[in-house]
Design a protein around this ligand. Structure first.
Ligand code: HEM
Length: 355
């Protein structure tokens, strides 16, 4: 992953350049485009999206609708009797947008095969693998693998950056503290490097507090019980879980449980300064990347990118809300697609402070 360090910094610089030429920024969209380009550059050596192009917007729409239909609370998840009936028309709608995305990936793969170019990237490795004798990996299979990685790797990070910026703009004292730490540390530096993140405890706490309040995957991915078992609920009652039951773990509710967290609905990064919690999923009060063998394989990349994007936005710019909106009036409603995103996207005005 470290071979890609320069690439990650370049993507952060592209984001800063975009913000610099913007009078108002939709934070979630900008972070989304950055992640889209980072992943496409990592996997097939090209930027998939331009910050202003229509293609970028279309791709985002297909991905978003696929995400929403895949992650929507489908009635059949709760009443399996409806499994064979597409009650909400979700599958039909999802299939259309899914096929558009698969076409985009298949075209990229085909073009690489036909050009006979070698770029020594992930796509080359997968194509070579698919061309080995007896290989079961097809072009369609590679396209689906890319789709999985783009679904899990883009929206999660951009949603986190949008929520972190929203919470900071809503809490000016915390914003001041975060920028104070960052700017005192950075001095003349224009960008925070990955190795600097560990030296920014308050920024790290801002990210953890955002993960607690707004986990992008509030139900994680569905798990399945391999065997029947019972859970002892504080010795008061027993939960019986039958074999093969689908289990949705509500990390969102755990993050707001008043038995675990003082003032659970308030944004208080200071609660994480004691460093009691890490992201490794060993403590069932806080495990935003899941736990155990099914936990998020993109945790290290995701965590790094949230810090890099957030620090670049906070270091280089001051921020103002649009149309004189007051911090306390920012809309905090969320909506559930695949990620728990802001119902009304955050738009903010950047004021460059470093050139
Ligand atoms: C802040 C960013 C992210 C958060 C909070 C996050 C969180 C999660 C969570 C909670 C799960 C489910 C774990 C479980 O059910 O036990 C998951 C799964 C997954 N994540 Fe992430 N993730 C993030 C970023 C990424 C990135 C950047 C990638 C890859 C590029 C990625 C790839 C995946 C994949 C492939 C899975 C599915 C694993 C499976 O099906 O077993 N994630 N993530």
């Amino acid at each position: 992953m470290d071979a890609k360090l320069g690439m990650r910094l370049k993507k952060v610089e592209e984001l800063v350049a975009f913000v610099r030429r913007s009078s108002v920024v939709k934070i979630g969209d900008a972070a989304f485009t950055t992640m889209l380009n980072l992943l496409s550059d990592m996997f097939f050596s090209m930027n998939l999206a331009h910050y202003d192009s229509n293609f970028s917007r279309e791709f985002k729409d297909h991905l978003r609708i696929t995400l929403e239909t895949a992650g929507s609370r489908n009635i059949a998840d709760y009443f399996p009797i409806f499994r064979f009936v597409d009650v909400q028309g979700l599958r039909r709608r999802g299939r259309f947008h899914l096929s558009r995305l698969i076409c985009i990936f298949e075209e990229i793969i085909q073009r690489r095969i036909e050009s006979k170019e070698t770029k020594n990237d992930f796509l080359d490795a997968l194509i070579n693998l698919s061309q080995e004798t007896h290989s079961t990996l097809t072009i369609n299979g590679i396209a689906h693998l890319f789709l999985d990685l783009f679904i899990t790797g883009t929206d999660t990070v951009s949603t986190m950056v949008e929520w972190a910026m929203t919470e900071l703009l809503r809490n000016p004292d915390k914003l001041k503290k975060a920028q104070g730490e960052l700017r005192a540390f950075a001095g003349n530096k224009l960008i925070i490097e990955e190795s600097d993140i560990s030296k920014l405890p308050y920024i790290q706490s801002v990210v953890k507090e955002t993960l607690r309040l707004h986990p992008p995957s509030p139900f994680m991915v569905p798990h399945k019980a391999e065997a029947e078992f019972e859970i002892d609920m504080e010795e008061k009652y027993l939960f019986w879980i039958p074999k093969d039951a689908q289990i949705l773990v509500n990390v969102w509710a755990i993050g707001r449980d008043p038995k675990v967290w003082e003032d659970p609905d308030l944004f208080i990064p200071e609660r994480f300064l004691k460093n009691e919690f890490d992201l490794n999923g060993q403590d069932f009060r806080f495990f935003p990347f899941g736990s155990g063998r099914r936990s998020c394989p993109g945790m290290v990349l995701g965590d790094k990118m949230v810090h890099l994007l957030l620090t670049s936005l906070l270091l280089t710019f001051d921020w103002k809300l649009e149309n004189g909106i007051k911090p306390q009036d920012i809309d905090m409603n969320d909506k559930f697609g695949m990620s728990m995103e802001k119902a009304i996207p955050l738009r903010a005005i950047p004021i460059p402070i470093k050139s």
